[in-house]
Design a protein around this ligand. Structure first.
Ligand SMILES: [Zn+2]
Length: 430
């Protein structure tokens, strides 16, 4: 069950007005039609203008977004039933006038760390005063998370989910990794699984402080009793493959053990330094290699040759004042790129996908169209999902209405709260 649509500011009642009493047999009368959409992002290039020149986004190529102007969308139950021009829209009981604004697929945030307690304001303040980011800061959050009650952890998670939902995020992945004991990791995943199907076991976030002198013993725990306790709640297994965390051999052992238990791999790879993470991700058919900030040409070639998505997390580079990942290089090589928040209290404390889009366009070489695609369809690809991240008949009715005539405004007007309404599984929730 995913309860992003719970919370005090949500409502199940779309702001509908009466529709013309025109008979139409293609959709149920109880459906909702959103009309007068200035620009509709479908993420299906075959449906609109701006078809790309190829299946990859070549520099100077067309839009991957499948844009439809003066569009309408029909929502029936939790699915998209119809899309097209407003003038051809079928009649329904419920009608919403978009007023010449843009509609986009709900954002798919495929990388977050939201089961935590505590605060790292002091660490951020110190870093912005000149100290470099190191992986060890995670221990601060581990101590606070272990000390928190279940209720406190869930309340914190729910708070950030509501915050993300108001900003257009309709699907999110989240991870454990701040417990690092069998009981605390399983607890984090149990709490997360009550709110999303995209739950990731990250017992291998850092070596537990309890095993500081015995990292091999910690890998045995992560691949043994901790995996046994966590696997029932998770779909994915992740490892922080980085100096100061886990090396390539440890990461391979952890992900291989997870695969044997039916968990699919994804990897924190090549964030702080060059390393083996990206090529290991491709070798193990990980759904995603996340961060990809320090890449050799062999890393880029490996990503281009496989089905592993490169998930870029510019909130982390922003918040640690680090070098940006080179999205342009990956796109030009034919790599599928996703864009996510990495929302966590240490290195990227933003739940805002629009903020990440603005960073990606300003500093990572992405066009506004590519950034929007990566934050929706790209995120879906990083979760190996085909039912979300697009607005086409049969897709899940997850969409956001922008207080702007075009999705380009998400980068053009950075920091402005442009998401004015959100539908999730067909219900207006924000
Ligand atoms: Zn992360």
């Amino acid at each position: 069950m995913n309860s992003m649509n719970s919370g005090p500011e949500t409502t199940n009642s779309p702001p509908a007005t009466a529709a013309p009493a025109t008979a139409n047999n293609t959709v149920a009368a109880t459906a909702t039609v959103i009309t007068n959409i200035a620009s509709l992002v479908t993420n299906d290039p075959s449906l609109g203008w701006g078809s790309p020149r190829s299946s990859t986004f070549e520099s100077g190529g067309g839009s991957p977004l499948g844009l439809i102007q003066d569009a309408a969308v029909v929502i029936e139950g939790d699915r998209i039933a119809w899309i097209g021009e407003t003038s051809k829209a079928p009649a329904t009981d419920n009608r919403v006038d978009a007023g010449g604004r843009a509609v986009i697929p709900g954002f798919v945030d495929s990388h977050s760390h939201l089961v935590f307690a505590g605060d790292r304001t002091a660490e951020f303040n110190a870093r912005m005063s000149g100290q470099p980011y190191a992986a060890g800061g995670i221990r601060t959050t581990v101590a606070a998370t272990r000390a928190a009650t279940d209720e406190a952890l869930e309340a914190n998670l729910t708070r950030y989910l509501r915050e993300a939902l108001r900003q257009g995020t309709t699907t999110f992945e989240t991870k454990s990794g701040y417990g690092l004991t069998v009981e605390d990791e399983a607890r984090a995943l149990r709490i997360a699984a009550a709110h999303t199907d995209e739950v990731t076991y990250l017992g291998a976030h850092i070596v537990s402080p309890d095993y500081a002198d015995d990292p091999a013993g910690y890998v045995d725990l992560v691949t043994g009793p901790m995996l046994d306790a966590c696997a029932p709640y998770a779909r994915w297994i992740d490892v922080f493959c980085e100096k100061g965390a886990f090396d390539g051999d440890q990461a391979r052992a952890i992900l291989t053990a997870g695969k044997a238990r039916g968990l699919h791999p994804r990897i924190h790879a090549n964030q702080l330094t060059y390393g083996p993470g990206v090529q290991l991700a491709v070798e193990l058919d990980a759904a995603s290699a996340d961060h990809c900030t320090h890449l050799t040409q062999q890393d880029v070639d490996a990503l281009a040759s496989g089905d592993t998505v490169a998930t870029l997390l510019p909130g982390a580079e922003f918040s640690t004042r680090a070098e940006w990942p080179d999205a342009r290089r990956l796109l030009d090589a034919g790599v599928t790129v996703a864009l996510s928040t990495d929302c966590n209290p240490g290195s990227s404390f933003t739940s805002s996908v629009p903020f990440c889009i603005a960073l990606a366009v300003r500093d990572m070489g992405m066009t506004p169209d590519e950034a929007l695609w990566s934050a929706t369809a790209g995120g879906a690809a990083a979760l190996r999902r085909t039912d979300i991240g697009r607005l086409t008949p049969g897709a899940r009715a997850d969409l956001a209405l922008l207080d702007a005539p075009s999705h380009v405004h998400l980068a053009y007007r950075p920091g402005v709260p442009l998401v004015s309404a959100v539908w999730r599984r067909g219900e207006r929730v924000a």
